[in-house]
Design a binder for this molecule. Structure first.
Ligand SMILES: [Zn+2]
Length: 412
């Protein structure tokens, strides 16, 4: 019979990412209960990492579970074609639960302890999709926390049935309202409706804005204007913000200062940006390479804006590549945004860990006593090595459950 006062699991030889010395980490009841020298931390199943770097587990703040793993339904040659294939995918919820289950099991294996997914709630789909996703995620809930965003479309003006579906989605458990502004000539009225409903329902806002390189930021401006107008008190997140990098510098500085003042999180989504930009309704441009770009991460970081990143589309009509491994999104962001300075590399470290946890409002996240036991371990000598190349995880513990790791790997 196990002693209730002893840990269930002890990770020996673990070097917390911000410390020079390795320690033993005690885990009990899904929480971190102590750090100490190996001889002082008794009991439990033990794993010896031999001085590996250990980080809090990954937080994936932006994917689309309802579309993921559907690229076999057709590879789009243009954005319109991707939207059209997506609508067919969304109306046919047949294989949805199986796809969600496969992707969540992959995310768990990658060491992701929380994931936020946008879910389309247009006419003909929405409430059933949300129920199916929640059902498919149930077997994983001791390892990965799921947050859903009610996505009110990106191209057509949402009708009454869409807004009814959004309101119902909040009652079903969605924690934010989303949608896209890039394909709307005037995003203002849509953004106002999103904020009004979010204020009424007491939920957050998480929008896709300015997913293009045209020299204007109509979507971001609409969001900032609306926040000033309404005094919205929930958390606000804006994804993409690509054109922020191409507007005149003085205008860019002004918008970045407002993002900082209003504590808005910017999500860079480089994987989709680098694949989807350079396409139009006419298809791929013959000019190669087509100009493509991501949000100006270096300027945002220098100004003190919270910048995070996510995988966005995973093997769907918008982006037929990817497996949801956070290390890929982090490395590609580092390349695309040319991140080299210490503060910029620190942004990479937090972009899918602590900063993403703040954006999602996660409780008890981190490498402290009392935090949820969500850890990943890498066999690399330094922080710079760990976040600049995709590495296999030598250790994944989620909710105190050992997901990746070998208990036979040494025992003190
Ligand atoms: Zn997205």
């Amino acid at each position: 019979m196990p002693d209730k006062n002893l840990p269930d699991l002890v990770i020996d030889g673990a070097r917390p990412w911000n410390q020079a010395e390795a320690v033993s980490i005690a885990i009990q009841g899904g929480r971190i209960t102590g750090f100490g020298a190996a001889q002082d931390v008794l009991g439990g199943t033990r794993i010896d990492l031999g001085n590996m770097a250990v980080y809090p587990a990954f937080v994936e703040p932006h994917i689309h579970l309802d579309k993921a793993l559907t690229q076999t339904r057709g590879r789009a040659r243009s954005i319109s074609e991707a939207a059209s294939i997506s609508r067919d995918v969304l109306r046919d919820g047949e294989a949805l639960e199986g796809r969600v289950s496969i992707l969540l099991s992959e995310l768990v294996r990658h060491g992701v302890c929380a994931v936020r997914s946008h879910v389309n709630v247009g006419p003909g789909y929405g409430p059933e999709t949300i129920d199916r996703i929640i059902r498919a995620a149930a077997p994983y809930r001791d390892k990965i926390e799921l947050q859903l965003v009610a996505f009110a479309g990106s191209d057509v003006k949402p009708g009454a049935s869409t807004w009814r579906n959004v309101a119902r989605a909040i009652e079903q458990g969605c924690i934010a309202i989303g949608g896209g502004t890039s394909r709307r000539a005037d995003p203002g009225p849509f953004v106002t409706q999103v904020f009004d409903l979010a204020g009424e329902k007491g939920c957050d806002v998480d929008l896709h804005v300015d997913e293009h390189l045209e020299p204007h930021c109509h979507g971001l401006e609409a969001v900032l204007n609306e926040m000033h107008r309404s005094g919205f008190s929930g958390r606000v997140t804006v994804g993409h913000c690509c054109s922020l990098g191409v507007v005149p510098p003085s205008h860019r500085s002004e918008l970045i200062e407002q993002l900082r003042e209003l504590d808005v999180t910017v999500i860079a989504l480089p994987l989709t940006n680098l694949f989807l930009q350079g396409r139009s309704d006419a298809g791929l441009s013959n000019a190669f390479p087509s100009p493509r770009g991501v949000t100006p991460v270096r300027e945002l970081v220098a100004a003190g804006v919270r910048v995070i990143t996510g995988s966005d589309n995973i093997q769907d009509p918008y982006l037929p590549y990817g497996n949801g491994d956070p290390m890929i999104a982090l490395m590609v962001l580092g390349i695309a945004a040319q991140l080299t300075e210490p503060a910029e590399l620190d942004c990479l470290r937090t972009a899918m860990t602590s900063s993403a946890a703040t954006t999602l409002g996660l409780k008890r996240y981190g490498l402290e006593v009392g935090c949820k036991a969500d850890l990943v371990g890498f066999d690399q000598p330094s922080f710079a090595h760990t976040f600049t190349m995709p590495l296999s995880r030598q250790l994944v513990v989620l909710g105190g459950n050992l997901v990746v790791g070998d208990p036979q790997r040494g025992s003190p």
